[in-house]
Design a binder for this molecule. Structure first.
Ligand code: NAD
Length: 420
């Protein structure tokens, strides 16, 4: 079939297998480059023996050189920050990786979701380097997923030394009561009116968001808070599959004034606050059992399937990209996560922690000078000048790349088999 982008609202309902593979290969290339490895240009000649051997030597060398994780579990492994975490673990540290994801399989009539194709490409590249790489396509909130992951670790991996919790989910079925909770993206306490960009119609207009009810706040914390992260760590501890010194991190966003009313101070922010509570509890459990540690890592705002669904964020991100690209400090998922793992978690040096013990990777975004420039663009932007005032073109480009569209190496007019 010929696969073209089909956008509905803030989501693209198609994905291109070759484009998603190109996206993953680019990220692998970045990690290799950063790691001082001269990644072969045009380098997807995996079939060629010499390339495969070189890669193998590289991975072997890394396994011994780096004091990084050897067995990594990524919960939410197929897109965005979780995908970058898996790529950095496998290709930066030579780690075996096990992932959990919730993706749509391909059929003769419909392409798979992007995360499916990302995962196939990642695992092929990892396996060619002699690394164990597997993902379970199931609901990470379920007890079954935890049981299956533990079986897989026992059968095929060593004990886990890093657990990354990177879910972006709209709902959660409670594993005990069976009740389904849905998250809401609403302000707390009072109505908020804010400039907003409809990425589909490209219209900039005010939207008014009504405040969340107590039940909506509670439900959002149930979905995006720390309860499930704690259940994962308890299950892994119970099964004795965490290595001595094991670390875990969950990802959060904080932001400043511009996004506060719809993120930090809103329902999603409440859920993220709960991650701090969970991290303290998990840290105490890990330190008293396996001498392990737990961190919440604060990452910068960027285009992912999850962030594109949050009101106001696409406009903020378009303005932020403009400013950070001009300043030369723009980063995507892979740059952020490579920095988190190599310069923070496994640098062997003191971590850059804030007063709440969180790891900060958002310093450049939150600088006053950057926020002031974003605020100035924000004040000017309207439907007519959107592309000049902000980097909406860059936003869109990156959005389509999430689904495997816009890669020069891919012929989008050609027939492609959706089943991979
Ligand atoms: P994403 O949409 O790109 O990826 C979400 C991942 O979760 C996918 O791999 C998906 O398959 C998986 N998933 C969703 N529901 C699942 C389920 N029920 N079972 C198993 N897997 C499931 O999201 P993202 O933007 O990378 O977000 C990941 C984390 O990073 C979130 O906690 C988010 O708040 C945080 N974060 C995001 C940003 C941002 O700007 N995008 C910034 C800072 C922090």
């Amino acid at each position: 079939m010929i696969i073209q982008p089909k956008v509905r609202g803030f989501i693209c309902t198609t994905a291109h297998p070759a484009g998603c593979a190109a996206n993953v290969h680019e990220q692998i290339g970045y990690v290799h480059e950063q790691n001082g490895y001269a990644h072969e240009q045009n380098g997807y000649a995996h079939e060629q023996n010499d390339y495969a051997h070189e890669q193998n030597d590289y991975v072997q060398a890394n396994k011994t050189n780096r004091n990084g994780p050897k067995n990594v579990l990524v919960i939410g492994c197929s897109n965005g920050y979780g995908l970058a975490s898996r790529i950095t673990s496998a290709f930066g540290f030579g780690a075996n990786t096990l992932g959990v994801m919730f993706e749509k399989e391909p059929s003769e009539r419909r392409p798979a979701s992007a995360g499916w194709y990302n995962t196939v490409a990642l695992e092929k590249a990892a396996q060619q380097q002699g690394l164990f790489a597997k993902a379970l396509n199931m609901d990470a909130f379920s007890t079954e997923a935890k049981t299956m992951v533990i079986e897989e670790i026992k059968a095929n991996m060593g004990k886990i030394d890093l657990v990354v919790y990177s879910l972006g989910a709209p709902r959660r079925k409670d594993p005990v009561s069976g009740e389904v909770y849905s998250s809401t993206l609403k302000p707390i306490g009072q109505q908020v009116t804010r400039k907003n960009l409809n990425t589909d119609t490209k219209v900039v207009a005010d939207i008014t968001l009504e405040p969340a009810s107590d039940a909506e706040i509670f439900n959002t914390v149930k979905v995006m808070g720390g309860e499930d992260w704690e259940l994962w760590i308890e299950a892994l501890l119970d099964a004795d599959v965490l290595a001595p010194g094991a670390k875990t991190t969950a990802y959060t966003y904080i932001g400043k004034e511009l996004t506060w009313p719809i993120y930090g101070g809103a329902t999603i922010g409440k859920a993220k606050e709960d991650l701090d509570r969970a991290s303290s509890a998990i840290g105490a459990r890990l330190s008293s059992t396996v001498q392990g540690q737990s961190f919440v890592s604060v990452l910068k705002a960027l285009v992912t399937q999850s962030s594109s669904a949050i009101p106001v964020m696409p406009l903020y991100i378009s303005a932020l990209y403009k400013v950070m690209k001009e300043e030369g400090t723009h980063e995507g998922c892979i740059e952020q996560i490579f920095g988190l793992m190599f310069h923070q978690l496994y640098s062997g040096q003191a971590l850059n922690l804030d007063d709440n013990g969180r790891i900060r990777m958002d310093d450049n975004e939150l600088k006053d000078s950057v926020q002031q420039k974003v605020a100035a663009l924000w004040a000017q932007v309207n439907t007519e000048n959107l592309s000049e005032v902000t980097d909406f073109n860059g936003y869109q480009e990156e959005f389509f790349r999430l689904f495997g569209f816009g890669f020069a190496s891919v012929d989008y007019a050609a027939e492609v088999d959706p089943i991979v």
